[in-house]
Design a protein around this ligand. Structure first.
Ligand code: SF4
Length: 354
């Protein structure tokens, strides 16, 4: 048994077979790129995001294809390599609920008839949840499970500004609450949801901004516990080529956690997180290996999660154990130098833009 509630365990128990996500392009852009929202028109997206809107490499090259074809191409290799039996259509790149809601509706309808599809997963931003989009979810839920991923990234306004997100903590909390109110209603409404499908709301987070503190990790877990999200998806801050972050990193290098530090950070967060919350992912990988600038360990696919599991088992930690008892205080954690380094304490004494 793993020390935290993994997505694999959840998928196995819900769908009873090897279930994999197939990334589909929603064929949209996002408000931080086209200048709909944000401090100034066309300000070029979030600092960490590359020109492809966080899409996987394959989602980029297949984005012009019909949805069924995208799904089939993605499923082909996964069936062969992993003996996958069931699939989730993952509308990942850019901001799926941005503009063109009708177009998205058309695309998810195309996806619904894909063989062995059990769920549709939609990723978007907290400031991009118009009623027009939320109204698409009840009919979709009549057909399949739905996963709604919201790019919260941080609940610290200073960090959100550093990421150039164009939304703040209050906006993220409001979006999570609105989505969860809908999920709560639909998940037990047998008229609107006769098959008993599930709408799960997932918060996407990034750990590793230079100003982040241990307190931020604990506050984040507390907010998510209180709001009652069904899942979290954690990404480490990494620097990709052709991003604003790359330019900032080049100009004034900021500290990025080592793998050992990052493992301790995620472990600390998970210990404060409700054990019912499903952990969809604990780190991210670059869309293509040669697009990564730092840290090198971000190229590793399975190893960081394995290290996290070893670390938590060695210390007898598990998800949510700090909610029950205070057996291990911060002294050991601080020894790892976790994200408590303030950018102003850099060896070169320079400050970054935030
Ligand atoms: S992370 Fe999302 S919202 Fe930010 S620039 Fe990329 S696609 Fe747009």
């Amino acid at each position: 048994m793993q020390p935290y509630r993994t997505l694999n365990e959840h998928l196995q128990s819900r769908y009873g077979g090897k279930t994999y996500k197939l990334t589909v392009s929603g064929g949209v852009t996002c408000p931080t790129r086209d200048g709909t929202f944000g401090p100034k028109k066309g300000w070029g997206g979030c600092t960490f995001c590359d020109a492809f809107g966080s899409a996987s490499y394959f989602a980029r090259v297949r984005k012009e294809l019909p949805v069924q074809e995208q799904l089939e191409l993605a499923a082909e290799g996964i069936r062969r390599r992993f003996k996958a039996e069931k699939f989730i259509a993952y509308f990942q790149s850019y901001t799926t609920s941005h503009k063109e809601v009708e177009d998205f509706k058309k695309r998810y309808h195309e996806a619904l008839s894909f063989p062995d599809l059990v769920a549709v997963d939609v990723a978007t931003r907290p400031d991009c949840l118009p009623d027009e989009f939320l109204n698409l979810l009840p009919p979709l839920l009549k057909e399949k499970d739905v996963i709604l991923e919201l790019g919260v990234q941080s609940f610290n306004d200073e960090t959100l500004e550093w990421y150039d997100r164009g939304h703040n903590r209050a906006c993220a909390i409001d979006a999570l609450k609105r989505s969860l109110a809908l999920a709560k209603k639909l998940n037990k409404d047998s008229e609107q949801n006769p098959k008993g499908n599930k709408l799960d709301v997932i918060a996407h987070l990034i750990f590793g901004a230079p100003n982040e503190t241990i307190q931020d990790l604990e506050d984040t877990a507390k907010i998510l516990n209180e709001i009652g999200v069904q899942g979290v998806k954690i990404h480490n801050l990494h620097v990709l080529k052709r991003t604003k972050l790359a330019a900032m990193f080049k100009k004034n290098t900021f500290p990025i956690p080592t793998l050992e530090e990052y493992v301790a950070v995620v472990s600390h967060f998970l210990r404060h997180l409700d054990p019912e919350i499903i952990v969809h992912r604990i780190h991210g990988t670059p869309p293509k290996r040669d697009e990564l600038i730092a840290p090198e360990w971000s190229k590793l696919r399975a190893y960081p999660a394995q290290q996290l599991q070893v670390f938590m088992k060695q210390h007898d930690f598990r998800q949510g154990d700090r909610l029950e008892r205070r057996k291990w205080e911060g002294s050991k954690l601080l020894k790892h130098g976790l994200l408590v380094r303030n950018i102003s304490q850099n060896a070169d004494g320079k400050h970054t833009s935030h």
